[in-house]
Unconditional design. Structure first.
Length: 336
């Protein structure tokens, strides 16, 4: 099988370890880029990532003390929640589907509408959102500061300056940067050249993905997203726009109803699909794009009917399922 030119053999990257030794605390999976984007102001360390992991599952960040980041971003569901629309603290109903956190280290912007420029900003906003964790900055800092183990953990990572919201965001963002997907059958086939990694149906689906279906125009390998925003018509229902999408951030008319292209990594695990969770299965998604999305005044010109047969649609779905790899390898919850 000829490998597409955009794939290259990728060395497994070992990031700096917390302590001396042969094994680093984090290794990127097969299929990931050779460099993980990390801001100079917040270098990864085992201790900081471990603190971020703990905070990610910490229910005391919420007003009720019962909800955490992991409530809407469940590891077993590729860091989504399986709901059409997310639910926050005390059952508050949100506006949109919970997007996966996989590969957000590579993101140009965060959230479905791109309203956060960094993972640090993304980590902060849900804390005070009334339909997410619904807490206050002062209460969060007070709760964490009251526990000695947190004071010690923050001091270990950030020095003796204590708990703060900015340091909390830095730790959670560091943990989220480790959530990198890969090691899928597609990676084994196209990076390692394993001719038996993909069944024939998935191989045919790959050719359709790159050719007739033209999915690759928006879902660029190796992360299977180009991080841009498109109006596919999902937000257009009953002759009206139900969600302004990217427009709420940019206020540009061309962004009305546009949402970020999601990664297709582990997409088999992230149902239901689209920003409103309106498509239940991958078969539904492929059928939606096969008919060219939903017509509306701002529909992206890239969308057009694809004329895929039922068999071809099934093959595209088989390829998409072949993008599922093991859960991202995260560092240990504690460090030497």
């Amino acid at each position: 099988m000829n490998r597409p030119r955009f794939w290259r053999t990728l060395a497994v990257l070992a990031l700096p370890a917390c302590s001396a030794g042969a094994d680093a605390f984090l290794r990127l999976p097969l299929g990931a880029e050779a460099m993980l984007p990390v801001p100079a102001a917040s270098p990864l360390s085992c201790a900081q990532v471990a603190l971020g992991r703990r905070l990610f599952f910490e229910t005391r960040l919420s007003a009720s003390g019962e909800t955490s980041c992991a409530t809407c971003h469940v590891p077993a569901r590729a860091f989504t929640d399986g709901r059409s629309i997310a639910r926050g603290d005390r059952g508050a109903v949100g506006r949109r589907n919970s997007p996966t956190l996989l590969d957000r280290a590579y993101g140009r912007t965060q959230f479905l509408d791109g309203r956060a420029a960094t993972l640090e900003q993304q980590a902060l906003l849900p804390l005070t959102n009334p339909v997410e964790l619904a807490n206050s900055p002062d209460e969060i800092v007070a709760r964490l500061s009251a526990e000695q183990s947190y004071r010690r953990a923050f001091a270990r990572v950030f020095g003796s300056e204590g708990v703060s919201l900015a340091r909390l965001a830095s730790a959670i963002a560091s943990f989220e940067r480790t959530l990198v997907a890969g090691d899928s059958p597609v990676d084994r086939a196209l990076v390692q050249g394993d001719s038996g990694a993909l069944p024939e149906a998935a191989l045919r689906g790959l050719r359709l993905f790159l050719g007739k279906a033209n999915c690759v125009v928006c879902h660029e390998p190796p992360r299977f997203t180009e991080e841009r925003f498109h109006n596919t018509g999902v937000a257009w229902k009953k002759g009206a726009l139900q969600d302004s999408g990217r427009y709420s951030v940019t206020h540009r008319a061309e962004d009305l109803g546009a949402f970020k292209t999601p990664t297709l990594r582990n997409v088999e695990l992230t149902a239901p699909y689209m920003h409103d969770g309106s498509l239940a299965t991958l078969e539904d998604v492929v059928a939606f794009y096969n008919r060219g999305g939903n017509p509306n005044p701002n529909r992206d010109p890239l969308l057009r009917p694809l004329d895929l047969s039922a068999g071809e649609r099934a093959e595209v779905v088989e390829f998409l399922r072949s993008l599922t790899g093991p859960q991202a390898r995260t560092p240990p919850s504690s460090c030497p």
